[in-house]
Design a protein around this ligand. Structure first.
Ligand code: BGP
Length: 501
């Protein structure tokens, strides 16, 4: 088998880490039968084959060519090699995988009259393969890959995209009845932030606050319409599955105890967390959230338009979500800031090159003593615990939670002579975050699964192929898969859970 002789060394190659890992190994035995132990992927980051079988362009195709840094082909060649990756998943103890359907493999322009038969067949085959290996698919309908034809007309800012998305969702709900776990949209906030505030996703607007808040709202409407549609269809057509949303939460802490910094953190949390969580799980924006959002809008001469029927749609959907997918990577520390907005994005892994100052909100500050990745992401497991506790206390409608992404982007070394990749940093990262999940669970937060980001190495939207996250290493020239130490450790946790049940 693939287990290398140094497997034990991975688990306890330093006394401290060894103790920590043993503690997690002991504690995962408390997890209930059926705890979901998975890994996550996204269509556009893994599939490659962007020009086959009539697939339409996404908002990324021409953009990545023009940018000239890296291309989406062949990515991890998952379009052709999914069976190998799903087999590896099963062999390493995973019982679930997050995948997304590429909208443009089904409807190349987003709103075509007829679906593409080959795209439909491809996903039926993928789901059949998951079933064959006992790996349950959790399927997102939209993971950052809007059809270019709709993106060019304003993407989520244009209600035409919302209508087309709902038609695409309806097609998928009826067609892919083998899918029992649906996610509507991946990380609503990341799209808005990266497209219109941070400017590192197309169309690369910086601090376009009107678009930033409007796209959040419109994505929420799309999410709510998809949830309501699924639940209504389920009543008549017995789809028999579950639906929810995935969002990334990045809690902001005040840089100091000063009231000004506290207020800046509140503003940041309102814009980056509460607006979407309120809309999805309260079904309205709370008065507190709205007053903070209005303060940000005023400072930036920005506006939000709510159309007739939007709030009714949100209110109807809020109690109908079956699950919430929480992605967590990092936290942030915010200080008050009076100047103009400015930012620089670290998309290269040159540590210390990012800066973010948002007029009317606050500025991100370094916190000595808190480690960061090469991409300047704060490694702060406490933020995951605090977030879990906060959302479960704040949203009575909150359904069961899955951690749908958590992981470490790292410049991994190449495989060693035995073909194994040493990634102890990733093991430590997951270990520390899982401990916080278990702590929150022990205090009553209903987390029922954990998906590491990511299953295999894939390309990162704004960072390219050097920022690796996978359990499985990919040599992108040959597409050969190698096992990382983290995959062996992940399997050991899975085996320990299974043995205890
Ligand atoms: C999430 C996305 C993923 C993935 C991950 C890592 O925001 O859902 O698609 O990319 O973050 O982020 P990055 O690739 O920017 O490091």
């Amino acid at each position: 088998t693939r287990e290398p002789p140094e497997r034990k060394r991975t688990i306890s190659n330093s006394e401290t880490r060894g103790c920590m890992h043993m503690s997690l190994l002991n504690r995962v035995q408390q997890l209930p039968k059926g705890f979901v132990w998975g890994a996550a992927t996204a269509a556009y980051q893994t599939e490659g084959s962007t020009k086959v079988a009539g697939k339409g362009k996404t908002m990324w195709d021409d953009y990545l060519v023009a940018q000239g840094r890296f291309l989406p082909d062949p990515a991890s060649d998952f379009y052709n090699r999914y069976e190998e990756d799903i087999r590896l998943s099963a062999e390493h103890g995973l019982n679930a995988i997050r995948v997304s359907i590429a909208w443009t493999r089904i409807f190349p322009n987003g709103d075509d009259a007829e679906p593409l038969a080959e795209g439909v067949k491809h996903y039926h085959e993928l789901f059949a393969c998951c079933k064959k290996y006992g790996v349950e698919p959790y399927v997102s309908l939209h993971h950052f890959d809007s059809p270019a034809a709709l993106f060019n007309q304003g993407d989520w800012l244009n209600r035409k995209t919302v209508d087309a998305y709902v038609r695409y969702a309806e097609f998928c709900f009826r067609e892919f009845r083998e899918v029992k776990n649906w996610f509507t949209i991946n990380e609503l906030i990341s799209l808005s932030h990266s497209q219109y505030i941070q400017g590192n996703f197309p169309p690369n607007h910086h601090f376009d606050v009107t678009s930033g808040i409007q796209s959040q709202h419109n994505e929420l409407v799309a999410h709510a319409r998809a949830v309501n549609l699924y639940k209504d269809l389920d009543e008549t057509e017995h789809l028999g599955g579950r639906i929810g949303m995935v969002n990334v939460l990045t809690p902001a802490y005040p840089a100091t105890d000063s009231p000004a910094d506290q207020h800046a953190a509140d503003l940041y949390n309102a814009f980056y967390t509460d607006f979407i969580m309120d809309g999805a799980f309260l079904g309205h924006y709370s008065a507190h959230t709205l007053s903070l959002i209005n303060e940000i809008l005023r400072a930036n001469n920005a506006t939000l338009t709510v159309e007739d029927g939007d709030m009714e749609e949100l209110a109807k959907a809020a109690p109908r979500n079956d699950m919430f997918g929480l992605n967590y990577y990092q936290s942030t520390f915010i200080a008050a800031y009076d100047g103009e907005s400015t930012n620089s994005f670290n998309g290269t892994g040159d540590k210390g090159t990012s800066c973010f100052k948002f007029k009317g909100v606050g500025q991100q500050v370094d916190m000595p003593g808190i480690p960061t990745t090469d991409w300047d992401w704060l490694i702060y497991p406490q933020g995951l615990y605090d977030t879990l506790k906060h959302i479960s206390a704040t949203y009575p409608n909150l359904p069961v939670i899955y951690i749908t992404e958590n992981g470490l982007g790292h410049k991994d070394p190449e495989p060693d002579a035995n073909g194994i990749v040493a990634d102890p940093e990733r093991i430590d990262f997951v270990d520390q975050h899982m401990e916080k999940v278990l702590q929150a669970r022990a205090e009553g937060v209903d987390v029922q699964g954990y998906f590491i980001w990511s299953l295999q190495d894939q390309f990162s939207w704004a960072n390219g192929y050097d920022k690796r996250y996978g359990l499985f290493y990919i040599d992108f020239d040959t597409q050969k898969r190698y096992i990382k130490q983290s995959a062996l450790w992940y399997k050991e946790l899975a085996d320990t859970m299974a043995d205890a049940q």
